[in-house]
Design a protein around this ligand. Sequence first.
Ligand code: ARG
Length: 469
Amino acid sequence: MTDKSANKMWGGRFEMSPDELMVRINASIGFDKALAPQDIRGSKAHAAMLAESGIISKSDAREIAKGLDQVAAEIEAGELQFSERLEDIHMNVEARLTEIIGPAAGRLHTARSRNDQVALDFRMYVRDVVDSFDTALAGLQHGLARKALEHAGVIMPGFTHLQPAQPVTFGHHLLAYVEMFGRDRTRFADARKRMNECPLGAAALAGTSFPIDRHMTAKALGFDRPTSNSLDSVSDRDFALETLAAATISAMHLSRLAEEIVIWMTPQFGFVRLSDKWTTGSSIMPQKRNPDAAELCRAKVGRIAGAFQGLTMVMKGLPLTYSKDMQEDKEQTFDALEAYAVAVAAMTGMIGDLEPVPERMRAVAGSGYSTATDLADWLVRTLKMPFREAHHVTGAIVKAAEKRGVDLPELPLAVMQGVEKRITNDVFSVLSVENSVKSRKSHGGTAPQNVVKMAKSWLKRLEKAGLPG
Ligand code: ARG
C-alpha cells in the first residue's frame, strides 16, 4: 500500500502509511494538547524573531502570528478537531495554520525542530504550574496562620510516638505546617530559577546555521537567558523532575496534615469538627461522618511520588539527545501536578472550615502526666538538682500518681515529699497545663504569646505579598 499522505510533515521519503498500532503508540495529542497555549506562544515568539533576524519576511511573520491567534481561539473554543495521525500538538497546530494561511505556514519551522519546540512548551507549562503552586501554597499558609492566631491559646496535647508528651497549643501545631509549606515554596522557587532558561533555538540537537537571535526569544518568553548547550537543551527534563520532587515533598506534608485531621476527627479523639462540606456519610451507617477529603489528600502523594519515580525511570539510561521515550514525560507529570493542585486547594478549604474542640483537647492534654517534664524542670531550677537526677525523682512521683490513679496536679504534696522531701507547695504552679505552655517561651516554643507573635508575623508577610488575593 502506498500512501504518501500518511504524514505531510515528515512523509517525504515514506512509501507506506503507518500501522494502526503505530499511530496509536506514537500519538501524544491525547494529552499534549494541554500544551497548546505554550506551543502557540512559543511559535509566535519564534516567528517574530525569524522576521527580526531577516530569516523570513515581515509579512510572512504577520500572517503567521495572525493565523496562530486564530488557531488559539479555535482550540480555546473547542472547535479544532485534533488528529491522531498528526501525532502531537505541534503538528496539529502547524497543519491547521497551513489550512488558514497557506504556504507561509511552512516557514514557521525554519531553524526549529519539534525537539526544541517540545522542550520549550513543556518547560513553559511546568513554569506556569509552579507559579500557580506558589500562589496556592501562600493561600494555604494564610489560612493556617489565621486559624493559628484565632486559637493561639487553645491547649492540646503534643505527641511523640502518638503518645501524649507535653501540652502545646493548637495554634503552635498549625504554625508547624506553615513552616513546612514555606519551605515547599522555596523548593519550587529554587527549581523555577534553574528551569528559567530557554531551549528554543537548539533545533534538533546541534543548533542551526540560520542567524537566529536566541536572546530575543528567551526574553520574549520570559526566560532569564537561553540555554547554553544545544544537546542538553533538547534532552533535559530536570525541570519536570525537580518540580515533581518538590511536589512529592510538599504532598508528603499535606499527607501528614491530612492524617492528623483524620485522627482528630475520630470520636475517640474528637479534637476537631469539620463541616458537611468536607465530609461524607455512609450509605448504611447513619451515624457516620467520614473525612473523605482528608483521606484523599493523604493519598495523593502516592501518584505524585509515583510520577517522580516514573519519570526518573523514563529518563535513566537515555543516551543524548532526544529519544521518543521522552514523550512519556508529559502524561504522568500533568496528572501528578493536577493531583497536587487539587490536594492543596482541598486542604485550604478544610483548614478554613476546621474548628477545634478545646474541651476535648484540654482533657487529653492534662492526662498522661503530660507536665512531668515541668516537674523535673522545677526540681532543677528550684532545688538545683542535676537534670538526670530530677528525671529519676519525677519518674518515682509519676509512679506514685499512677498507683493512686490521679494526675500530677491532684497528687498530695505529702506523697511528693515522700519521694523528695525538699519539694514545696510551689511545685503546683508548674503542674497545670496552662502554666506549662505559658512557660515555653524559648524561641520557637509553644507559649501562646510566641504563637500570637509568629502568626501575626506570617500574616503580615503573606499579606504584604498580596494575600488574600
Ligand atoms: N510529541 C513529541 C514529544 O512529546 C514531540 C517531539 C518529537 N520529536 C521527534 N524527534 N520525533 O516528545
